[in-house]
Design a protein around this ligand. Sequence first.
Ligand code: DAH
Length: 344
Amino acid sequence: MHTQLEVILSQARATRVDTPAQLEALKAGLLGPNGSLTVLTRGLGQLPKEERPEAGQRINRTKEAVQQYLEACQERIASADLEVKLGAPISDPSLPAPTPFGGVHPLIKVRDEILSILASIGFVSVIGPEIDRAHFCFDALNTPKDHPARSPSDTYYFPSDTRIHGLFTEKDEPVALRPHTSSVQIRVMLERQAPLRVVSPGRCFRRDTADATHTSNFHQIEGLYVDKNVSVLDLKSTLDYLFRKLLGPKTQVRFRPHFFPFTEPSFEVDLKADHLGKVGQEWIEIMGCGMVDPQVLRAVDYDPETLSGFAFGMGVERIAMILYGVEDIRHFYTNDLRFLNQFS
Ligand code: DAH
């Protein structure tokens, strides 16, 4: 009887049970009116009296083991059934919730796109400091002492006794949160000899009250090309190339005369991209540029008789707003996932 019971149990456990019907069949074969265990139980009476208790216990233990196995099968079938209904494996609720992947911020996307287009035509990226001396932000850029951009109502200055590690100032020279990336032009020209072709992306700061088109913290990309015989034609064709790559081949780029202290002549650049729909119908002002002023070349010991160059500076937020049709610059900074998820 002992071996018989073992065989019944191991055969039961080896039976494939994937469906409720298979489960019922197995159960009937073991515990039904003619099931093997039922038959054995019935046969107990024929055993010698002294063997009956032990045999009875053995049968009961086997029945319990069989019952456990049938329940395990029942659970497996039920959960497989639920997985099919849910269309996915059931996750273990004791595991930590899955963390959603982050996305790339739209300003970073636009910045990287612009940098990669410019890299393809030889512009190397360099990074300058966000805190910088008045010399790099203004003086070396030919900006007169009384220029409105230098006023503390426009630019954030540090208190005059602030010492910033690694930043050596002249006596009484103000230190500011840079109001533009043009300061990097000077730093690069002091470090390297022409010919050079660089772009410098980064954060800038101005004392602006936040509204739909202004924030006191924003991003620019500066470009600088210095070599022999650089002309306005090089500047115009570089910007044509950039914006046609960025916004599509039908994009038009137009120069309007303007004034910047560090370029002569200076231009404001307008864009029109009819194919972009409503945003692209009108000419919109997008950035500033010009030919590097000879005074700026002199400030870094470049010879304006042999060298010339062009420079440009653009606001990343402004371009991202045009590209994505964003109507308020503050959306970029409020960390609202309903906004940010649209870009990932
Ligand atoms: N620095 C200017 C600004 O913040 C932008 C600019 C204009 C940069 C002309 C340049 C340039 O390099 O040539 O408004």
